[in-house]
Design a protein around this ligand. Structure first.
Ligand SMILES: [Zn+2]
Ligand SMILES: [Zn+2]
Length: 260
């Protein structure tokens, strides 16, 4: 099964980006038979490099409030820079962050200008404070719902933050997430940048049962990761998806923007 859409790519604008420039992406778009979405972190469009990871600080909200106007200007310039390439197979998107108080780090009036919007849970204050499992899980569910209600196209790496912080993601939480995705019409991403195979396998099987769309994201932070889907193919195969079923479930560029 050929996978021809990479929904998740970072440039150097993301503080964790390593070497991907706009020029390199324009060249890829012109020379490869691949559609891809550039999805830099909204936190890095608002917070300048000196405070790139301010999302993890207690004053994250204050710092965001003080940067709303300048952040909006950066978002506008970001979209203009990417559109300047004139590449129809390069989608202009973001990886949307939601603050712990439910504010989205994106100007509401510009939502309609995005080709694609990924949502991601990146910061769970209870996890940062080494809180108890139930508190962390409650925040995870709340942020997941906020992003889905906002109308993101894809929920990126749905369980990474809890897992990388050392918390358990139960089968129940995976099933609940897939049920919410079905209800809200959101695709779930199989992400190959950081791999959580057991959770991805269960998620894919539940998506198959409920007909939830599966999005493939390299979450490329460097040129080596870009457009490589070996991991996703292995997971789909191990989950028992036939090529025919996968073709029915794969999230495609035409499905972007349904809710904006
Ligand atoms: Zn992310
Ligand atoms: Zn990412």
């Amino acid at each position: 099964m050929r996978i021809s859409f990479d929904c998740h790519v970072h440039t150097l604008r993301s503080a964790c980006g390593e070497d991907i420039t706009d020029e390199w992406l324009f060249q890829q778009a012109r020379t490869r038979d691949l559609c891809f979405a550039v999805t830099d972190h909204t936190m890095h469009l608002y917070y300048e490099p000196e405070i790139a990871w301010a999302m993890y600080r207690e004053d994250a909200i204050e710092l965001f409030e003080a940067r709303k106007a300048v952040g909006r200007e950066r978002v506008v310039r970001y979209m203009e820079d990417l559109r300047a390439g004139g590449c129809p197979n390069l989608l202009v998107g973001v990886e949307l962050d939601v603050l712990p108080d439910g504010q989205f780090m994106f100007p509401d009036d510009l939502r309609g200008q995005l080709d694609i919007c990924l949502g991601a849970v990146h910061v769970l204050p209870s996890a940062e404070a080494r809180g108890q499992q139930p508190a962390v899980e409650a925040e995870q569910r709340q942020q997941t719902l906020w992003l889905m209600e906002y109308g993101v196209d894809v929920l990126a790496h749905p369980f990474r933050t809890m897992l990388s912080s050392g918390y358990t993601v139960s089968d129940d939480l995976v099933t609940w997430t897939v049920e919410q995705a079905a209800e809200h019409g959101v695709a779930l991403e199989v992400n190959s940048h950081k791999r959580y195979r057991d959770h991805d396998l269960l998620m894919v099987r539940r998506c198959d049962e409920l007909g939830v769309r599966l999005a493939c994201g390299s979450d490329a932070h460097n040129t080596r990761e870009f457009g490589v889907f070996d991991y996703q193919r292995q997971v789909f195969c191990e989950a028992g998806l036939s090529d025919g079923r996968l073709a029915e479930l794969l999230f495609t560029p035409e499905m972007c923007g349904t809710y904006r």
